[in-house]
Design a protein around this ligand. Structure first.
Ligand SMILES: *[C@@H]1O[C@H](CO)[C@@H](O)[C@H](O)[C@H]1NC(C)=O
Ligand SMILES: *[C@@H]1O[C@H](CO)[C@@H](O)[C@H](O)[C@H]1NC(C)=O
Ligand SMILES: *[C@@H]1O[C@H](CO)[C@@H](O)[C@H](O)[C@H]1NC(C)=O
Ligand SMILES: *[C@@H]1O[C@H](CO)[C@@H](O)[C@H](O)[C@H]1NC(C)=O
Ligand SMILES: *[C@@H]1O[C@H](CO)[C@@H](O)[C@H](O)[C@H]1NC(C)=O
Ligand SMILES: *[C@@H]1O[C@H](CO)[C@@H](O)[C@H](O)[C@H]1NC(C)=O
Length: 843
């Protein structure tokens, strides 16, 4: 892409912030921690549960944390099978602290590599900035003490980006090779093949931030080599920009690489990298920071797809984008793309431009495949120097990897996704749906799926109590029942679906969750991947067409919940809908209720009827209305029969509580039923007030009219008003007495108490002081902890005091009292501050 165009797109980016581009990204359902059963694991004093490894055959989850490794049960991660502690010896801690690192945070052992290799785990930790690896025997879960230098395999700094993958016994890492973290490296270490690394050159890696690495098996019968892909964000070298420009990249190396014979000895001969494009085609809005990648692998590697989550380098737009790349597009760029070349312009300035010549043969950076073997080159050691020199100097390809559909698959506003996992789910319609699970920096999990190019966020799960960021997300390969999430404080196991939480067929279908279907026989929403049911009974409609639900079932058992209310009293009709995009509509005696007018008040938990009279008796129904498939679907949530309590029925206690409710036959979860005489799908005439997902505004409406209820209420109101007036008068008088209030008050005070000086002159001196102090006060004063300037005795001749702790630095008090001889002490507490408000007006 020409540089001009790129700069232009960045200009566009800076203006895009306000434009409304993306569809609504409100999760349909939000599960709070208390709503759902999450298993979790943490131990006191142990933090940073950020390295997770699944072992499905053994049904365990390995967790690498700070100074500890755990083996947990996959079914219930609260169950700890084993633990091993790996601390740093005092000597190593001292070396670390002597280099200026913190003993409490840096100079500890953060486990960052946990990889399975044969019958043991290969484990590496930062080990007080001296990375170290060891083998952990799975049989007895003990470190074997076969320690190895971890340099190039694991980062020194626990805060630095890092990625690693174990492939056939060799560890491929993207990390930094030195203490300072300034020497980035992509390396291979292991028993089976020779160690290899990247050249130390900014053309190869330029301040990279590694996010992910994985292997793609392409070796089908010896024709091709397996490839290891690395994903990272690095500082651009190909674009001139007024500040550091970040570029998301994919790089790859070949598993069979052995390095060069003379050129590129012990270095990759197959290292190539390309830009990952993720920008909106219409506006060129650029998402240039990649945060995580998931490769959804298929039996034919060419059909595998890469999911990446991106944000923009410029934080003014808090949006995340998901871009999806086909493996064949990536392969195409690496095997046929043009190279970039560094050239010198105007003697000193270097610039990357497209290489237009004919590259040497075999193609630089290519894996040793069948074609190259036919040229009698059977390993990278036999590659000609020309090819090797070329690839050393041209590691960057000009062609970028373009996303499928040429743009982000979707953009989520006001969310920062940090982790992604994808599962391909076979739905009942015979199609496959890629369900995306994404962790956010606020500790939520979003489950999304794309229908007709529109994203549908099925649900959001609150994972942690403290809104911390999701650091790691792993999911078993097929038909996963749970996924596992790591954060700084704990590991959490969350179900992949919450079908059983949808109690009604409409809710189950409108969730549009490929995992869930309504079982007509059982009358329940079930997980189709887990339950081995006869599929004939199941209803699933991913467009959300809830008309497929059986209507009027069990009409005979129409059960109104009976509620009594004392005449003049208030009663709450409980009714809630889980869906964030549904609206609640009430009907009474069959017609839509205007909830806003008395005696009704809509509250979050239902409907409040207050000051109840005989005319308010009747049949109340609570409906949910939700839009899907370009239609509105309505279903019944609750039915109530409200009646006035007769005196002899009503317990005659003098209960002062506002809500005088007597429930008869109230069950904890009343079974909502459909009633015969009324149409099940009702026609709505009134507009519904609540915008989708706007829980807050709805909550704000609900000021319970508590004191309007009765005469007693009126009395209370009157009492409060009087009390308030009294308090106000006292305050005014006090402030006036203390000379806090200007003008008429001071005159009144003077006439009452007999002031020594006329107050007007006091104010004049005060004003003069204000002017003087404002001009020289703000120079060279020490800043307080809140950025508030402090004035102490040192501020010579100044008698001002700035109030502290109020946050906003007020213009300050700068008025000299005619009586005071000494400057004010900074410790103003307890001492009266005269004329504390600077914005006094001279009378
Ligand atoms: C999970 O394990 C914890 C700890 O042993 C236990 O308290 C809890 O009951 C288990 N949960 C289930 C559903 O088995
Ligand atoms: C480890 O966890 C602590 C406590 O939550 C956190 O403050 C710190 O930043 C974490 N360190 C790393 C390297 O993630
Ligand atoms: C490869 O080597 C074989 C025997 O060593 C030779 O006959 C053949 O001509 C060579 N092919 C090429 C392309 O060099
Ligand atoms: C209808 O209600 C009866 C009695 O409550 C119950 O046994 C039956 O399973 C219900 N049928 C359906 C289809 O829900
Ligand atoms: C409902 O109908 C009953 C009798 O049919 C009537 O007394 C009552 O006032 C009605 N309720 C409302 C709120 O209109
Ligand atoms: C559904 O109902 C809402 C509120 O009454 C309305 O704004 C919306 O246009 C309706 N949608 C359709 C497709 O009828």
């Amino acid at each position: 892409m020409p540089r001009g165009a790129f700069t232009l797109s960045l200009m566009l980016l800076l203006t895009l912030g306000s434009s409304d581009q993306s569809p609504a990204t409100v999760p349909r359902t939000s599960w709070k921690r208390q709503d759902v059963n999450l298993y979790e694991f943490s131990e006191p004093g142990i933090f940073n549960y950020t390295t997770l490894l699944l072992h499905e055959q053994r049904e365990v989850l390995y967790v690498g944390a700070r100074e500890a490794i755990f083996e947990l049960s996959l079914r219930n991660i609260s169950v700890k099978n084993h633990k091993v502690v790996w601390k740093v010896p005092d000597v190593a801690t001292e070396v670390c602290t002597s280099k200026g690192k913190s003993k409490e945070t840096d100079c500890l052992n953060y486990i960052r590599v946990l990889e399975l290799s044969d019958s043991h785990l290969y484990v590496c930790g930062t080990h007080a900035f001296q990375p170290l690896c060891d083998h952990l025997s799975l049989a007895d879960f003990k470190l074997e003490g076969r320690q190895e230098d971890g340099r190039g395999k694991c980062s020194f700094d626990p805060m630095q980006s890092f990625t690693a993958v174990m492939v056939d016994g060799d560890l491929y890492s993207g990390t930094a090779y030195n203490f300072l973290g300034s020497e980035p490296i992509i390396s291979r270490n292991g028993a089976t093949q020779s160690p290899l690394r990247t050249e130390y050159s900014t053309s190869w890696l330029n301040e990279p931030s590694f996010v992910f690495a994985d292997v793609v098996r392409e070796n089908e019968g010896g024709d091709e080599d397996d490839k290891i892909y690395f994903f990272f964000t690095e500082a651009s070298m190909e674009y001139d920009f007024f500040s550091k420009l970040l570029i998301p990249r994919v790089a790859r190396v070949c598993k069979g690489d052995l390095g060069g014979e003379r050129t590129l000895q012990k270095k990759w001969t197959s290292f190539l990298k390309a830009k990952l494009m993720c920008s909106m085609p219409e506006t060129d809005f650029v998402f240039n920071v990649v945060h995580d990648v998931f490769i959804l692998k298929t039996t034919n590697w060419r059909e595998s797809v890469i999911y990446g989550i991106f944000t923009s380098q410029w934080d003014n737009v808090r949006s995340s984008a998901v871009c999806v790349y086909s493996m064949s597009a990536v392969e195409e760029v690496f095997s046929r793309g043009k190279y970039m070349q560094k050239s010198t312009v105007a003697q000193s300035h270097t610039k990357w431009v497209r290489y237009n010549g004919i590259p040497p043969s075999p193609r630089p950076g290519a894996c040793i495949n069948k074609d190259i073997r036919q040229q009698n080159i059977t390993s990278s050691l036999m590659l000609p120097d020309k090819t090797l020199q070329f690839v050393r100097d041209h590691p960057l390809l000009e062609d970028a990897v373009r996303p499928m559909d040429n743009g982000p698959r979707f953009i989520a506003k006001d969310v920062h996704y940090t982790q992604i996992a994808v599962e391909r789910v076979p739905a009942l319609d015979g199609q496959l749906y890629d369900v995306m699970f994404m962790g956010t920096d606020k500790g939520n999990l979003h489950k999304s799926v794309l229908y007709q190019k529109e994203v549908h966020i099925i649900e959001e799960v609150e994972l942690f109590p403290n809104s911390e960021s999701v650091k790691t997300l792993v999911m078993p390969s097929h038909g996963a029942q749970f996924l596992y999430v790591g954060s700084d404080s704990r590991a959490v196991q969350s179900p992949t679906a919450f079908c059983e939480k949808y109690h009604m067929c409409e809710d189950c279908l409108l969730a549009r969750d490929p995992y869930c279907a309504w079982d007509r026989g059982a009358g329940a929403c079930v997980n189709i991947l887990q339950e081995d049911r006869s599929r004939g009974h199941l209803i699933q409609n991913l467009q959300g067409n809830a008309d497929e639900c059986p209507t009027g079932q069990n009409q005979s058992t129409k059960a109104y919940q009976q509620l009594w209310v004392k005449p003049g009293g208030a009663v709450k009709l409980p009714c809630q809908v889980e869906s964030n995009v549904a609206q609640v509509v009430w009907t009474v005696n069959g017609s839509v209720l205007q909830e806003r007018s008395p005696p009704y008040q809509r509250i979050a938990e239902g409907l409040l009827v207050y000051g109840a009279g005989p005319e308010d008796q009747g049949y109340y129904k609570c409906w949910a209305v939700e839009e899907a498939d370009h239609r509105n679907f309505t279903w019944l949530l609750q039915s109530f029969e409200l009646a006035l309590a007769k005196d002899h029925l009503y317990p005659t206690t003098e209960d002062p509580s506002v809500f005088t409710v007597v429930d008869v036959g109230f069950t904890a979860r009343p079974v909502p039923t459909f009633e015969m005489p009324e149409p099940t799908r009702l026609v709505l005439t009134s507009s519904v007030s609540r915008p989708p997902g706007d829980q807050e505004s709805r909550d704000k409406e609900l000021v319970p009219p508590q004191y309007l209820e009765s005469d007693r209420g009126m009395t209370l109101l009157l009492t409060f008003t009087l009390l308030f007036l009294l308090l106000f008068l006292v305050t005014v008088s006090y402030n006036c007495y203390m000379q806090y209030l200007p003008g008429p008050c001071l005159r009144a005070r003077a006439s009452l108490l007999g002031a020594k000086k006329p107050p007007q002159s006091e104010y004049r001196s005060c004003e003069a002081g204000l002017v003087d102090n404002v001009t020289d006060q703000h120079q060279g004063l020490p800043k307080g902890p809140n950025g508030v300037q402090k004035v102490g005795r040192d501020g010579e001749g100044m008698s001002g005091v700035v109030q502290e702790g109020s946050g906003a630095p007020s213009p300050g008090v700068v008025c000299q009292s005619p009586h005071s001889e000494k400057p004010f002490d900074i410790d103003s507490e307890g001492q009266p501050i005269e004329y504390a408000d600077a914005d006094v007006e001279a009378p």
